[in-house]
Ligand binder design. Sequence first.
Ligand SMILES: *Cc1c(COP(=O)(O)O)cnc(C)c1O
Length: 237
Amino acid sequence: MIKDNISEVKRRIAAACLRAKRDPTSVKLICVTKNRSGEEIKEAFLAGITEFGENKVQEALSKQAIFGIGQAPGSKLQAFLHLHMLGHLQTNKVKEAVKIFDLIHSVESLRLAEEIDKQAARINKVQDILIEVKTSPETAKSGIKPDATAGLIKEAAEFRNISIQGLMTIAPLADNPEKARTYFRMLRELRDKITQAPGSKLQALSLSMGMTNDFEIAIEEGADMVRIGRAIFEGKI
Ligand SMILES: *Cc1c(COP(=O)(O)O)cnc(C)c1O
């Protein structure tokens, strides 16, 4: 049952917080609904999930009735349901993306930030974004190189219609979740370096890291948001 899986995930989040001496309410659970049916999503919603993550603009749009997108602004569902864009975002999809997503986790270039700023300005929105960092050398993964991150943030911070909320990373899949720790730690240290740099105007940057395989390690390393799909919809992995 999805409801039981969610309880179990929440219990594991709380336990990881305790180990790390963190407040269990400080970690946001994002339920990743890519490739999941409307029925499954509704079940998660009825079990108390309010943060949902999708990987593709088109798929999120096709589920708009389920997510309450397109309802009158300020409607009840819109007020407490939040939608996260987690996948690679193409510039030609930005126009639709800014209309539906509360937080875009996957900004990895100045060009993309610029387009988001432009399209958000057209609808009078300040779009919250995260910068996706490629913490592992694995080539298939997207994101900006760690040593280029501070520079991108500095330039993107000039845009008036985006607001940089933090950093995101995806650790490479490994049989042992401990292997992900280096990458999560790298993201946290990068964040600390950026926020503590002299003259930095960014006081707080959140960390989006940790998925089904490795979310407990991510929490121990300081994750503020975990993005979980399989543990919720498929149960014990
Ligand atoms: C699919 C996906 C997730 C969720 O992964 P699970 O292993 O199903 O928990 C999280 N983040 C991103 C970017 C994803 O693409």
